[in-house]
Design a protein around this ligand. Structure first.
Ligand code: F6P
Length: 487
């Protein structure tokens, strides 16, 4: 019998198929930190990647492949991907009602509890006939791919797939199941908005894994506390273990690094050089930058308000500084996200009207994704703003300093996973404290050159010391150790 390749499973895959206006099939790379991390994994090991078919064209590709894998190379990486189609209504309930917003909002503490969420028939049905349906479709695809192969290793990812591990475990008790959660794990009370049966299905599903990985130790501890308080499972904090349903699950921290060398190669590409010309032509004395998905957890509104306060308190900086914000539209079928983007645009109009002049627009808002343009600005910012409300890791905080050429300063929210590693060389901010963020802008733009140099060297040393390959290797090593101790 053939040994199964490593199976990685996530909702968003590395490739997204669409049709352009001329009706031609197009292909682009999936966005977000998860795809970046797992691309590092597949460039490192032979793997089959199972993902949801998210667009109509993805569904067409999956039907053409008849449940098999498609093989494609993008950005020098070879992918073998198996796209899993689900019923369109089930997928909509799964993605737009349960995963985003309900689970995402719980795990980033975004609910305004006196107003929302309301759990009604619609949400319960979305759980039963959406989240569970898509998890079952994915679990079945996994079981089909590992059929007849001994000792398979399956790595599942993120909050979309919390119940799939139990479904796989029931069919393949011998499989090694590993789950990495790319977003924060919030404290026990935040989970109490969910009806007990849903909460228990989530924890029971996750505890069918052998290992659950998080970006930080703080998230591991929150997870263990949830198992103890909400499931009354037996927890060993010192060993990071949970005992449930006759099995043991380990909770471990594996901080994700970036492929800084690949980013350096991208930073010296002709596409970035072309984008850089415009950046340099238009730049004022100071450039403040942020690059994010347009997500509520990123705290874009407070960031702009802090800039507004800074300009009001330091009029000497008027016409000398521009704040460029690259925001990639995200999850626009979820009303909270669509409304958030509208509020961002309205606030930018107010700030620009309040402080702008005939030839100076303080905030330059770019609502699209353009990698060369973003990297060109990574190279030239004076201040990078990462002020997330809560954020699993935040890879921009590692990517941008890796290629910055101006000893730019990083303003970093203390509630990001990357703060656990980078805090010594950043201006830390409380994401809710607007005055502190306004002061941080002033401090960053007036910081002595030697201090900026020392910080940027400190950041680069940490950032270049760990790659996505190390992140994968640490997890594979733990999997191997656990497997051999079980024999
Ligand atoms: O890393 C967190 C994450 O939610 C991933 O799971 C996801 O792929 C990415 O951000 C982008 O979100 P989405 O897939 O909803 O566009």
């Amino acid at each position: 019998m053939d040994a199964a390749p490593l199976i990685i499973v996530s909702n968003r895959g590395p490739l997204q198929f669409d049709r352009d206006e001329a009706g031609e099939r197009t292909l682009r790379r999936g966005g977000g930190g998860l795809v970046t991390a797992l691309s590092g994994l597949v460039s490192h090991r032979e793997a089959l990647w199972i993902a949801s078919a998210m667009t109509e064209e993805d569904v067409a590709v999956s039907e053409e492949a008849e449940g098999g894998a498609v093989e494609l190379t993008i950005d020098e990486i070879d992918y073998r991907v198996c796209l899993v189609g689900s019923d369109a209504q089930a997928y909509d309930r799964f993605y737009n009602v349960i995963a985003n917003p309900i689970l995402w909002f719980i795990q980033h503490y975004l609910w305004d509890l006196s107003n929302a969420p309301d759990i009604r028939r619609e949400e319960l049905d979305a759980w039963d006939y959406g989240y569970q349906t898509v998890n079952r479709d994915i679990a079945e695809a996994v079981v089909a791919q590992i059929d007849g192969r001994p000792d398979p290793v399956v790595m599942l990812h993120d909050y979309h797939l919390y119940t799939a591990p139990r479904m796989i475990r029931e069919r393949r008790p011998d499989a090694f199941l590993h789950h990495f959660v790319h977003i924060p794990w919030s404290q026990p009370d935040s989970w109490r908005v969910l009806p007990t049966r849903i909460r228990e299905a989530i924890f029971d599903g996750l505890l069918a894994n052998d290992i659950i990985g998080f970006h930080t130790l703080a998230y591991c501890i929150n997870f263990l506390r949830c198992c103890e308080e909400l499931l009354e499972a037996e927890v060993d904090y010192a060993r990071g273990e949970v005992h449930h349903a006759g099995a043991r699950t380990l909770a471990r921290a594996y901080p994700l690094g970036i492929d800084a060398q690949r980013l350096e190669r991208a930073a010296s590409s002709p596409e970035v050089a072309e984008a850089e010309r415009e950046v340099l032509e238009r730049r004022r004395k100071h450039l403040i930058l942020r690059v994010d998905r347009a997500d509520l957890s990123k705290n874009v509104l407070r960031g702009f308000t802090a800039f507004d306060v800074f300009l009001a308190q330091h009029p000497e900086f008027r016409e000398e500084v521009t704040f460029v914000a690259h925001l990639q539209p995200s999850r626009q079928d979820v009303p909270e996200y669509a409304e958030y983007l509208e509020r961002i645009e309205a606030l930018v109009a107010v700030v620009n009207h309040r402080h702008g002049t005939t030839d100076w627009m303080p905030i330059d808002l770019r609502i699209y994704e353009n990698f060369p343009e973003a990297v060109a600005r990574y190279k030239h910012y004076d201040l990078l703003m990462v002020n997330s409300i809560f954020d699993g890791m935040n890879l921009v905080a590692k990517e941008a300093p890796a290629v910055n050429t101006r000893d730019g300063v990083l303003m970093l929210s203390e509630n990001t996973g990357s703060h656990e590693e980078l805090w010594d060389y950043v201006i830390s901010v409380n994401p809710f404290d607007i005055q502190e963020q306004a002061d941080a802008i002033y401090r960053a733009l007036t910081l002595p050159a030697e201090q900026k140099r020392a910080w940027s060297e400190g950041l680069r040393e940490i950032i270049f010391s760990r790659t996505p390959g190390d992140w994968v290797d640490d997890q594979i090593e733990d999997i191997a150790a656990l497997r051999s101790s079980a024999r």
